[in-house]
Design a protein around this ligand. Structure first.
Ligand SMILES: C[S@@+](CC[C@H](N)C(=O)[O-])C[C@H]1O[C@@H](n2cnc3c(N)ncnc32)[C@H](O)[C@@H]1O
Ligand code: SF4
Length: 340
């Protein structure tokens, strides 16, 4: 049937910190259902089904009207299959990058969060036969390797042959990540290094763990051999922090030394993917962004495109929500008075 709907409503789940919902595209909603709420899982599914019916009748919630995912097209009838899950533990992390909106709890221990409870939801989806080899699961937001249930979740999803992507800071090595990369599937690992020196690492991540990350990466490359191209090393170009040749050259030297064959660059998207263009982007960032691509070529390392970041650079503005002076102040305090 042709109607306005989106692929999230028709098969995604956002397992976020404070609860979960069927969509992770719009910050405004739908509301999260707490993991602790009675029948939380069923409530989320009921509202998904109700919304699909409403959309078939042309009723579009206010929050969805601006969403780029909303599309008028011939949608396949929803059969319960889940095509995308984001595991978003949100605040649990062993670093505290000054650019990150996670508000890290800066905890170096692997732990079970009081509020976060993704594992039962994933188990339920598996029991209901709703995950398969077409399902894509991304681990992000907070540090996945610091979540106690991360290995159990990963094992279950590997068994179901889902396609997996892990975004990690690489401070903690996790053997199952190597297994995931060695699985016969296009799984991937993205490690955000963001710099080429220990000093800058400490400034950005507020954790003195540059050497640990290098060692973890070496181990993943060693474990995965011909699959090591599935590891991507990422660099967010940050004004007055790492937007210089020295840092970028060091990044490529270390990448080469480790045996990394894929890199990507990004810019600070600050708060949101959507909304108004308001912040002029610094010239030094634009230059460093271009220099990064040239160096990737010189070092014969594949540069993975980040179209959203390219678009920001091309427009020379941050395509993001306006940051309030308070948020900016908090970020600055965070940067100057960090633990390390
Ligand atoms: C929030 S992190 C969580 C995963 C992991 N802890 C890490 O550092 O890669 C998920 C991704 O968002 C990116 N990220 C976080 N804050 C960002 C920002 N302000 N601008 C652009 N990318 C950002 C990180 O580089 C990372 O690739
Ligand atoms: S390591 Fe990842 S989750 Fe942790 S603060 Fe940095 S970007 Fe955020």
């Amino acid at each position: 049937m042709e109607y306005k709907c989106c692929s999230h409503i028709l098969g995604s789940i956002d397992l976020s910190f404070s609860g979960f919902k069927y969509c992770n595209e719009v910050w405004e909603g739908p509301e999260y259902i707490s993991y602790k709420e009675d029948n939380a899982f069923q409530k989320n599914e009921d509202r998904r089904l109700k919304l699909i019916e409403e959309m078939k009748n042309g009723i579009i919630p206010e929050r969805c009207r601006q969403c780029p995912m909303l599309e008028l097209k011939e949608w396949k009838e929803f059969d319960g299959s889940i095509y995308k899950i984001t595991v978003f533990n949100w605040k649990h992390c062993n670093a505290a990058c000054f650019y990150c909106s996670v508000h890290s709890d800066f905890n170096e221990q692997v732990k079970k969060s009081d509020d976060y409870d993704a594992l039962p939801v994933i188990k339920q989806l598996i029991e209901q036969g709703r995950l398969n080899s077409d399902s894509f699961v991304a681990f992000m937001g907070g540090e996945p390797t610091m979540l106690e249930e991360f290995p159990s979740i990963l094992e279950l999803l590997l068994e179901k042959n889902c396609r997996l992507e892990v975004l990690s800071n690489g401070i903690k090595y996790e053997k199952l990540i190597s297994d995931m990369l060695n699985a016969p599937k296009n799984n991937s690992l993205c490690v955000s290094l963001d710099c080429g020196t220990k000093e800058t690492y400490k400034k950005i991540k507020r954790a003195d763990k540059f050497n640990e990350v290098v060692n973890t990466l070496k181990q993943y490359v060693y474990d995965t051999k011909e699959n090591s191209h599935k590891i991507k090393l990422k660099y967010i170009v940050l004004p007055n922090v790492n937007d210089n040749k020295y840092e970028i050259d060091n990044f490529f030297n270390i990448a080469k030394e480790i045996g990394i064959t894929t890199v990507s660059r990004a810019v600070n998207h600050l708060e949101s993917k959507m909304n108004t263009k308001n912040e002029a982007i610094e010239t030094s960032v634009i230059k460093a962004y271009e220099y990064f691509a040239r160096q990737a070529k010189n070092y014969n390392i594949r540069l993975m495109e980040e179209p959203w970041a390219d678009a920001i650079i091309e427009n020379k503005v941050y395509n993001c929500r306006k940051i309030s002076p308070l948020t900016r102040l908090k970020a600055n305090l965070h940067f100057f008075f960090g633990k390390n």
